[in-house]
Each structure stands twice: as structure tokens, then as C-alpha cells.
Design a protein around this ligand. Structure first.
Ligand code: BJW
Ligand code: ZN
Length: 257
């Protein structure tokens, strides 16, 4: 009797993964979904907190008008995130960093779960919920160590008011961060786009840059996105199930009992 094991990972991708030298991975909220972090969009839904759509509460305009409300939202999220752990998708990506000559992880996520899984030198396009930044002197403080659990923190250096060190809607990304990610996208041979709805720019431009420069681009997402059409392959499914399969080099195509 013959049992055929059909893999979701194509032979083409397997071969390219085996010989790739320069790999870029762009991740979004979907990579953390299996850890229990809610996504912003997907399955036809938009995240809402206390009656406010996230693009209102997570906006530069809201921060200017009502900083305490923005801190309440981020303090709440840090409280939830403290209890969550990286999943097999974060772990697979962390393993990949030592596998290629050059490996660049670019994330839109602010949850710190890539670091928790062991990824180093993560390019955090949208900052981190685990840092605060002073509005007066720009000094940053690490909120993991901080005793502050509620309210608006004050700067230890100058006493000024601090804000979450994240990039809200309508705000510029930190200087040079996108440029660094774009530079590696321009020279990579393989680019993975994992768990992002690919509607927020400039992050969504990273795979476009890689594709235009000749890289093989693979999307991993249970849903199609505006980027699907430019990707060489869209692997439809959960990142935590698909990414560990990609690194499996042994595939039993037609095993005999
Ligand atoms: C799974 C899964 C599983 C589920 N496995 N997958 C008009 C045109 C073009 C651009 C603009 C425009 N108007 C304004 C802009 C600019 C704006 C923008 O792009 N807006 C678009 C939405 C239209 N961009 C900005 O404002 C950026 N700044 C900027 O451009 O500066 C210049 C400028 C200044 C002034 C004016 C105009 C321009 C900054 C963007 C910062 C984004 N910040 C946020 C909030 C961070 C803080 C916080 O966390 O609260 O970042 S928004 C939010 O979206 C968050 C995310 O990083 C980002 C991207 O979301 P992501 O990661 O893609 O998640 P989801 O939820 O959208 O998708 C999840 C996906 O996972 C889905 O596809 C699921 O199917 C999938 N999934 N389970 C794998 N198990
Ligand atoms: Zn300060």
C-alpha cells in the first residue's frame, strides 16, 4: 500500500530555502496570533478598544489630544502581553537567523515576542510597547523593569512627560529604520511576508522592493492580501504550522508500508 504525503511547501521553495544566502522576513500581527495576541485586522474584523477603533486610539492625533487614554491602552496591552509566550512561528524564525549568510528580520509588531523567542537585531519598524520615550529630551526607558503599571510615566533624566515608544498612525517611522530594512530587501534572494494584512505603508513596501529587485517572495497568511498578486507563492494557513515545515529538508513523498 502506498501513502502519499503531500507537503504545502513546494519543491521550488524547498530548493530556494536550501541555497538562499540573503533572507529577509517581514512579520505582522498574524505571527503572534497563535500566542494569543489579537490582530488589528483580518477575518473581516477591525480591533476595537473601549468603543474606539484601534486606528483612532493608536493614532498620533489621539496622543496629542489625550495622552493618558493612549497610555491606558498600552498599559492594558503590556499587562496582557506579560502573560504570553512566543509560538512555533517565532521559534522557527529565530532558528533561521543562524542558517543563512545574511538574515534580516523586520517586524511591524510592537509585542517583543521575536526577542523573547531569541531573535537578535530585530528591525522594529513600529517600535515597542516595552519602551517609553520622553517628549522633552527623547530619552528612552525600559518598561519591563519599570514599576509603573498605570498612568503616564515621567522621565528619569529630566522629569518630562513620556509617551509609548511606538509609531502611531500618521507618525513618521524612526529615522533610518525603514531605509535599513529597504536596503536588505533590495539585496535579498528570498523574502517571507508572514502574518500581515499588508495595508500599512511604508512597511508593506518591503516585499515590493524585494520582488522588484528579483527576490523570490513567499507570503504566509490564512487570507489573501493586496500583496498576494506580487508574491511568487502564497502559503495559505497559520504561520505556526507552516514556518516549521519550510525548514524540514526531508520529505517523504511516496512512502511504502
Ligand atoms: C495570520 C494568522 C496566523 C491571522 N498566521 N497570519 C493613504 C495611502 C497610503 C498611506 C497612507 C494613507 N493615509 C495614511 C497613510 C499612511 C499610513 C498607512 O499606511 N495607512 C493605511 C492603513 C492606509 N501609515 C502611517 O501612518 C505610517 N507613517 C507614515 O506613513 O508616515 C508618513 C506620513 C506621515 C503623516 C501622514 C501620512 C504619512 C505609520 C504606520 C504606523 C502603524 N502603526 C500601527 C499601530 C502601532 C501601535 C499599536 O500597536 O497600537 O501598527 S497600525 C497597526 O497596523 C500596527 C501594525 O504594525 C500595522 C500593520 O498591521 P499588521 O501587522 O499587518 O496586522 P493586521 O492585523 O492588519 O493583519 C494581520 C494579518 O495576519 C491578517 O492578514 C490575518 O489574515 C493574518 N493572520 N492569523 C499567519 N495564525
Ligand atoms: Zn526627558
Amino acid at each position: 500500500m502506498q501513502a502519499a504525503t503531500k507537503s504545502v511547501v513546494s519543491e521550488e521553495l524547498r530548493a530556494r530555502f536550501a541555497r538562499a544566502k540573503n533572507v529577509v522576513v517581514l512579520t505582522g500581527a498574524g505571527v503572534s496570533a497563535e500566542s494569543g495576541v489579537p490582530t488589528f485586522r483580518g477575518a473581516g474584523k477591525t480591533a476595537v478598544w473601549k468603543g474606539m477603533p484601534f486606528d483612532v486610539i493608536s493614532s498620533g492625533a489621539k496622543l496629542d489630544r489625550d495622552l493618558p487614554a493612549v497610555w491606558e491602552w498600552f498599559n492594558y496591552r503590556r499587562g496582557v502581553l506579560r502573560t504570553l509566550k512566543p509560538n512555533p512561528a517565532h521559534e522557527a524564525i529565530a532558528r533561521w537567523q543562524d542558517r543563512f549568510e545574511r538574515f534580516t528580520l523586520v517586524t511591524q509588531n510592537v509585542d517583543g515576542l521575536h526577542h523573547a523567542a531569541g531573535s537578535r537585531n530585530v528591525i522594529e519598524l513600529h517600535g515597542s510597547v516595552w519602551r517609553a520615550r520622553c517628549l522633552t529630551c527623547n530619552s528612552r526607558s525600559d518598561l519591563r523593569a519599570s514599576e509603573v503599571v498605570a498612568g503616564v510615566p515621567s522621565c528619569l533624566d529630566c522629569g518630562g512627560v513620556m509617551r509609548p515608544d511606538v509609531v502611531l498612525f500618521g507618525e513618521m517611522l524612526p529615522r533610518g529604520v525603514f531605509e535599513q530594512a529597504a536596503m536588505w530587501a533590495e539585496s535579498c534572494d528570498l523574502c517571507f511576508v508572514v502574518g500581515t494584512s499588508a495595508v500599512v505603508y511604508p512597511a508593506a513596501a518591503i516585499p515590493e522592493i524585494a520582488r522588484a529587485a528579483g527576490a523570490y517572495v513567499i507570503e504566509v497568511n490564512p487570507e489573501r492580501t493586496p500583496l498576494s498578486n506580487i508574491c511568487d507563492e502564497t502559503l495559505m494557513g497559520k504561520a505556526g504550522e507552516i514556518l516549521p515545515l519550510i525548514e524540514c529538508t526531508v520529505v517523504i513523498e511516496n512512502s511504502k508500508d
